[in-house]
Design a protein around this ligand. Structure first.
Ligand SMILES: Nc1nc2c(ncn2[C@@H]2O[C@H](COP(=O)(O)OP(=O)(O)OP(=O)(O)O)[C@@H](O)[C@H]2O)c(=O)[nH]1
Ligand SMILES: Nc1nc2c(ncn2[C@@H]2O[C@H](COP(=O)(O)OP(=O)(O)OP(=O)(O)O)[C@@H](O)[C@H]2O)c(=O)[nH]1
Ligand SMILES: [Mg+2]
Ligand SMILES: [Mg+2]
Lengths: 290, 272
């Protein structure tokens, strides 16, 4: 567990009894390494260490009897504290409420659409999945099969214009008494101006109460650039981090939250339609700290 | 004469920043800083780093030997969503254009519409695809495809597999079985196994390469999605330590968005 892992860093310092500011800096360098190896973004790491350093010195760590232990505690608490601010529920507004899934290619949007529907069904919501990705080969069929697995509604598109689909689907959903529309969109790069513009237009048309950025939990340093762009262009309302059933440390969680300030609502932990969990800040903090 | 950047904390941290932000990882970044800390200035340090990185990438190669009288089988593996299926379509197109008789095998029998996705590509390219039903054993489809490729004298068989996390022992065993079953037909099969790595993924690429390589021999890496803003630096520790060459780079979603990997160009993109 992380307490013992970080404790290793400070064990050598603990044997010294009292820490000098130099010892403390060495300890923080080690924490920098831990965070970088966890894929937390370089600038985010530097800012985090500065904040923790301030807290540590503020708490007169240097004069405490167990400084190593205290620093470990501060680092963990600070991480849980930051990520804790990132935790929020799915927000519904309108009838039907529109949820839009967006993000990079292959991040897990289409799969997540099914998982989200299954989760919301438990809360008595009547969901319909809308395939607004008409370009990727087999994408509409993929969402259709997922809708069948989830046993929820599926909007059969009669056009291959994503904007037309976004326009028509909510009306069809309303007529058929669905209260929740989940729109799956095509994967796109944050630097693809044309596709980002298309997404902006889709948002204007569909007016979603949730614009969820679905990001691969194994994303590295680029997580800040990607998330920043999606957030600045589209004002996302939340994040879903996927593929956290692997052994990626998930530093992207801290990077994405740090740069967007938007909540991490759910995490994907497998390929099955039931493999979605709540985001627990303390669990992710432990995972990041190794 | 004793001028050295080791004394200049700003230069050292600037060099570190470029490498760390490029997903090199802490380990190799530290090694490289150690290697160049006695450079006289930043420019010469960068020159030394660049030639070092190029030498790492050029130190491993994969000699492709096309056999006479049997198909050349290439298996594509990797974690979920990295670009395996799309990369197969790209390579099928270019190899067909080069006069090869190409066949595909749809060995992802798990994911929703995985077979349909590959079928659409096979139709667009007019190359046949061997498939089976969802839930069937991927190894049996690979076996059937190899037999058919041999019988109908195909030059090349490209095998698409399901995305799988290297931490899932059952799925890794399933992949090992595909390779094992092919070996039963011919000890050379598959002659090439490529792992697709997503350039936007961080240090986990290293674990992926390690674990996949310990399951089945990897001939090379396809570095996909380099058209994003990620630098793909995680390949440096992978090539240096695992000695697996990067063979292709994928630069987009279109059929022509694939290039032979160029070490010099790649290193230049990180230190322009
Ligand atoms: N292990 C694991 N795999 C996942 C998870 N979420 C999605 N996947 C897999 O990731 C791959 C990509 O998922 P998709 O849902 O097709 O991703 P996408 O974002 O819709 O992709 P594009 O539409 O091409 O942008 C598939 O193999 C999914 O089964 C997860 O939480 N864990
Ligand atoms: N921008 C960009 N997108 C890519 C590239 N290669 C693949 N993609 C996209 O990434 C997404 C996933 O590609 P797939 O080929 O389905 O990936 P996969 O590894 O077969 O996925 P699974 O079978 O679900 O594990 C699709 O939207 C592709 O169009 C690339 O080089 N650049
Ligand atoms: Mg999709
Ligand atoms: Mg695939």
């Amino acid at each position: 567990n992380i307490q013992s892992n970080l404790s290793k860093i400070f064990r050598k310092l603990r044997s010294k009894g009292r820490l000098t500011e130099d010892d403390l800096n060495q300890g923080f360098d080690e924490i920098k390494r831990v965070l970088l190896e966890a894929d937390v973004n370089y600038e985010v790491v530097n800012k985090f260490i500065e904040d923790v350093r301030e807290r540590a010195l503020g708490q007169e760590i240097l004069f405490s009897l167990n400084p190593g232990q205290m620093v470990v505690k501060i680092v963990y608490e600070e991480l849980v504290d930051i990520l804790g601010k990132a935790k929020k529920e799915i927000f519904f507004k309108g009838n039907p409420a529109i949820i839009m899934l967006l993000g990079l290619q292959g991040s897990g949007k289409t799969t997540t659409a099914g998982k989200l529907a299954v989760l919301l069904k438990k809360k008595n919501r009547k969901c319909i999945l809308v395939p607004a990705d008409t370009r990727r080969p087999g994408a509409v069929e993929q969402l259709k099969q997922i809708a069948e697995q989830a046993n929820v509604g599926f909007y059969e598109p009669d056009t291959d214009d994503p904007l037309e689909i976004a326009r028509k689907a909510p009306k069809v959903a309303y007529i058929n008494s669905y209260d929740t529309v989940i729109i799956d969109t095509q994967g796109r790069l944050h630097v693809d101006d044309k596709l980002m513009k298309e997404l902006k237009q889709m948002i204007k048309i569909a007016k979603p109460s949730e614009k969820l950025f679905v990001a691969d939990g194994m994303t590295g340093q680029d997580a800040v650039n990607i998330a920043d762009r999606f957030n600045n262009d589209l004002d996302i309302t939340g994040v879903i981090l996927t593929k956290l059933d692997g052994d990626a440390r998930g530093g992207a969680a801290l990077s994405i939250y740090s740069v967007t300030g938007k909540p991490i609502k759910l995490i994907g932990v497998g390929e099955k339609i039931t493999d979605m969990e709540q985001f627990y800040p303390d669990r992710i903090a432990s995972r990041i700290l190794g | 004469l004793s001028k050295s950047i080791a004394k200049d904390k700003i230069i050292i941290s600037e060099l570190e920043k470029v490498m760390l932000e490029a997903d090199f990882g802490f380990g190799i970044t530290t090694d490289i800083i150690d290697m160049v800390k006695n450079s006289s200035d930043k420019e010469s340090a960068i020159e030394e780093i660049k030639s070092y990185l190029i030498s790492i990438l050029q130190s491993v190669e994969f000699k492709r030997e096309f056999p006479k009288g049997k198909p050349y089988i290439r298996m594509f593996v990797g974690v979920n969503g990295v670009g395996k299926t799309t990369s197969i379509a790209k390579i099928a197109k270019s190899d067909k254009r080069n006069g090869k008789k190409v066949m595909l095998a749809a060995c992802d029998t798990f994911r929703a519409a995985a077979i349909e996705q590959l079928e659409i590509w096979s139709n667009r390219l007019s190359v046949p695809v061997v498939k089976g039903s969802y839930g069937s054993d991927p190894a049996s489809i690979a076996y059937k495809a190899a037999e058919e490729a041999i019988e109908n004298m195909y030059d090349e068989l490209l095998i698409d597999t399901a995305g799988r996390l290297h931490t899932n022992r059952n799925l890794m065993a399933e992949m090992e079985k595909i390779a094992r079953v092919l070996k039963k037909i011919d000890s050379d099969f598959p002659q090439e196994t490529l792992i697709i790595l997503d350039a936007s993924i961080g240090q986990n690429n290293i674990q992926q390469a390690e674990k996949f390589a310990s399951s089945i021999p990897l001939s090379g890496i396809v570095l996909a999605k380099i058209d994003g803003t990620a630098k793909g630096g995680s390949i440096f520790p992978i090539v240096r330590d695992l000695k697996i060459p990067v063979l292709y780079m994928c630069t987009g979603e279109g059929l022509d968005d694939i290039v032979m990997f160029d070490p010099v160009e790649f290193v230049e993109s990180i230190f322009p």
